[in-house]
Design a protein around this ligand. Sequence first.
Ligand code: AQP
Length: 329
Amino acid sequence: MDNKKILFSGVQPSGSFNIAGYIGAISQWVKMQEKYRCVFSIVDYHAITVKQDPQTLRQQIKEMVKIYLAAGIDPNKSIIFQQSSVSAHTELAWILNCCGARMADLNKMTQFKDKVGANQESASVGLFDYPVLMAADILLYSTDLVPVGEDQKQHVELARDIAKRINNQFGDLFVVPQAVIKEEGARIMSLLNPDNKMSKSDPNQNNSIALLDNIDLAKKKIMKAVTDSGTEIVYDKEEKPAIANLLTIYAQLGNREIPRLVKDYKGKGYGDFKKDLAEVVAKFLNDFQDKYNKISEKEVENVLREGARRAEKIAKSKLDEIKKAIGVK
Ligand code: AQP
């Protein structure tokens, strides 16, 4: 076994995956797989924490595999697997629920509060407990690094706390993982309301651009994106959050530096800027969808079968170690 660090991350197959998740998470995975041993999951048990249509969910799981592959995740280098096919995840989540996680931890989670709003009483218990399942996902693979968007930072912190508590009580069982968050692009905002993050589950699809969006539709969404008062293209997250967000998307999908873009657009208006950005997005989507459309169902099946086999081996051996340590085996 080499001594490369281990990296774990995942995406929920819930809704149409958008450029925010691509920029915040997947784009950094692709670069990191050269340097680390990587495990990437399609976290379907997280997706069912909110209502899903079974037929659509099945479809979205396959879609996510194709998205991983089209983005450049190489199944010969990295493990790609469906979370529910490795039962150690839910088994460990139960153990962590009992032995490591506390009510006070989960009561602090801002993503739960943001998602349920005033409807806390009708939210599923799974949605409340989601961060513990995420801790299990991470800790099973002795993960060193967890590359995620900024919204997941608090959940990785919880995984760290749980790992430390269990290590204190039962001996050194877990590696304490670290979140890896990009300096730019870790929080892409919604196109029509730059105070909110761009999110798959947003009911207004004009707020986001899905990787599989029709290209003309995506261009229209950019042209309709809100801008700030004034006319200048400057990067100022506080005063000009909408333009700062569009500059970030431009830089990330067009492989450009923000300061350089600001220089290039000096003296030009929002209209010119958005027209060019629409072209950058269109080119990115075109290239991406070309690759996506070449991936066959057979390839998806093979990747998932082989990924589950490899993930299961690592996860089962870790779970056995934990079961022995806590006294159930
Ligand atoms: N707006 C964002 N900017 C940057 N990164 C983001 N991520 C999500 N939104 C942004 C990152 O993408 C990965 C995918 O996360 P996920 O699908 O498991 O769920 P999420 O974080 O809950 O993302 P969504 O879009 O808000 O999904 P829904 O609406 O289904 O809950 C993660 O690494 C995330 O940080």
